[in-house]
Design a protein around this ligand. Structure first.
Ligand code: PRT
Ligand code: ZN
Length: 294
């Protein structure tokens, strides 16, 4: 039996569905039933451990798992802030689970800047990230560690401020909290252990990483086709940023007109389509791309 990658990802929570979806789009064949802690991928030498996100950094750092899909906030808190950064390498950001770790205080309090936090208490589930940040900023606040519902800490008199993850900002607003500093921004990342890895597994990791990169690039990119007068090709190339070498072919029976086909590395907005039309293009088609391998 060939050797298999061991990958840790979140069992259930904000990252689990997107993690599973990403692996499936990379052709891995992940079928998970509720309550499962372990799963063998059908179409790739990959075994998946489904765990709490808090445990993923340690599993990867210890080499219990070769790879992990986890928020970079967890890597920062569990490893970087504890001097263990070298235990894992980030293979690539995964473009989901975006958020920021922010310090916030009640809107009606006098706390408006970091300096106002001197001598105050800040409640958080990210004590090590927060302590490292306060140290770096020279702010002398006390860190109160709590495990959940951080946003209610000021109302309950547990602390004067909080430090928590923010994505839409809705939770802060609902609790009359104002953001005063960003500790770091975060997104889901693919990480690998720096412990030694079997050569066969390493090759499979490279294949997996290339497939994931292909999926993510394809998600952004669009295939664009249009007709235009041959004289308009240069103007059209200027409209689409990053459009490097389009395929330009003459239209049958009309020597003045060409068809232009190209991969646009970024989404094409209506404004871009309108600008293409003004530059001379017609019959403009934009279609999604499913996979890319360079
Ligand atoms: O059970 P397990 O330990 O695995 O899960 P969990 O409950 O600890 O984590 P979970 O599923 O809530 O979050 C997993 C990961 O999602 C986090 O580690 C981040 O990497 C990422 N993520 C992205 C977020 C958010 N956005 C987020 N908004 N994690 C939590 N939040 C919470 C935040 O703590 C606050 O309570 O959402 C609230 C704020 O959201 P907004 O939209 O109101 O600003
Ligand atoms: Zn967690």
């Amino acid at each position: 039996m060939s050797k298999r990658i061991r990958l840790a990802m979140q069992k259930s929570g904000r990252l689990s569905e997107r993690s599973r979806d990403l692996l499936n789009r990379a052709g891995i064949g992940v079928e998970l039933r509720g309550g499962q802690l372990y799963c063998q991928a059908a179409a790739f030498p990959l075994d998946i451990m489904l765990v709490r996100d808090d445990d993923i950094p340690q599993y990867v750092a210890d080499g219990v798992c070769d790879l992990g899909i986890v928020g970079s906030n967890m890597i920062a808190e569990r490893l970087e802030a504890r001097g263990l950064k070298g235990k894992v390498v980030t293979l690539r950001p995964l473009e989901f689970g975006r958020c920021r770790l922010s310090i916030a205080a009640p809107s009606n309090s006098g706390i408006q800047t970091l300096r106002d936090l001197d001598g105050k208490r800040i409640a958080t589930s990210y004590p090590d990230s927060l302590k490292a940040f306060l140290n770096e900023q020279g702010t002398k606040a006390d860190v109160v560690e709590i495990s959940g519902s951080v946003e209610v800490a000021p109302a309950m008199g547990v602390a004067e401020a909080i430090c928590d993850l923010v994505s839409s900002g809705g939770t802060l607003a609902a609790n009359q909290l104002r953001e005063i500093a960003v500790v770091y921004t975060s997104e889901a990342v693919l990480v690998r252990t720096t412990k030694s890895i079997d050569q066969e597994v390493m090759i499979a990791i490279e294949r997996l990483t290339a497939r994931i990169s292909g999926v993510l690039r394809a998600e952004q990119a669009k295939y664009i086709m249009m007709n235009a007068p041959a004289t308009a090709v240069d103007a059209i190339r200027r409209v689409i940023p990053g459009l490097e070498e389009p395929t330009v072919v003459p239209l049958h029976g009309n020597k003045q007109m060409v068809a232009i086909h190209a991969v646009a590395p970024e989404p094409i907005f209506w404004e871009t389509m309108e600008a293409l039309k003004i530059a001379g293009a017609s019959s403009i088609l934009v279609v999604p791309i499913e996979k890319i391998i360079e």
